[in-house]
Design a protein around this ligand. Sequence first.
Ligand code: FES
Length: 448
Amino acid sequence: MTVMTTSIETPEPKRTSDFQMPWNRVLSANDAAASAARALGPWHPQEFLAECVQTIPEAGGIMTFVFRRLDGAPLAFRAGQYLNIAFPINGEDGEFVDRSYSISSAPTSPWTFSISVKRDAQGLVSPWVHDNVRPGTVLDMLGPVGAFHLPDQERRPRYLLLAAGAGITPIMSMVRTIHALPSRADVVVLYHGAEPGGFAFHKELEYISAVDERIKVFYSLGDRSVPENWEWMLGRLTAEMIEQVAPDANGRKVYACGPEGYLNHAADLLRNVGVDDTSVHMEFFSGDRATLLEYQEEIAHAEDIAEEFAEEIAAAREAAPETHTTNLQFLETAAIAEPLEETEELQEFPPDDSAFKSVGEGTLTMSFVKSKLKVRINPDQRILHVAQSAGVRIGANCQEGMCGSCKVVKLSGEVDMNHQGGIRAREVAAGKFLPCCSTAQTDLVIDA
Ligand code: FES
């Protein structure tokens, strides 16, 4: 049967501007809705068993494995995060081998979730996964893990998503998520591959970019020989290429994933085209020793949290319901905190900042550069709570140092941060911190 179509002018859809993850609305939900949302809220990494329900071959030697949790619960995660999975490659009684894989599906369809694995002929685990994981295979998983993910809320969602090779996996989760949610997003994807037939998910990306005017996808072939019918870009990532696909790159948040060489090169180029380091988020698919150790620490940390969380759940089940304090109650308390009282006095820091308003009481001063506000704080007070109460706009969700959504840049001063995996060592080295789980040690100047 041939379907006849006629080209007609259709008006553009009207959308809400805010990008907001579904669970984010838990803060304003009533009790019943809040309980449902909490089930999908990615509060903690957990250890769980999952059963493979489908395998989907993709281009570029990648296979997608779709799973569902054995306990029937949805998998709550953020787009971009990964799972650490124990593979019984030495038999059920032998040593399990752990590997981390990004989740390629979107958290907006949490009842099943997928990882997409590239077969590396020299590798130990990926060939085993391709040859042995089938519908019915049950694997032990830990997750979600990782601070590389979309924010829970964004007023102006403008992203540049850079992927090279298998680095498309977490980026695919982000694209699917943005496509699924209402917002006036503006997303540019630039996807590098080595061979014309090696771009995984290209059919879906073509479909999404054809039906969703918010998402534009560009491809570039590495430096291999090029077939005649190749109509996209050619060559490694360059500053010109970034300017061509996203002339306004310096107004966008950048998420990049791929091999270490590609990401280091991308970091330099982004700086050259004026993108501030603080707007750049990277996930290394392969990395040097320091990077690998950092990821190992992240997983070890997630394991500790999963263990604590499992104990908490067990204890809560035994305790009377009224003594069970939930995250939600904690969040609500924080959200309705009374504003701090304004004081008359103006501080002398920074010296030329007479436009700064000073509020609150305390022995230390936090100067918020963008908000033109100086907030007094005591060393035992959580920075986020005090700042938000004073009217500084900092997005936040978990309030426990896990989700990374409150991340801000500290321009000067010292904080004591007690996070739970929501920030990476390299981000801390770049001056970022999580105000939800930090207290001030000295006067601070914060870029917010
Ligand atoms: S609010 Fe989640 S890390 Fe701060």
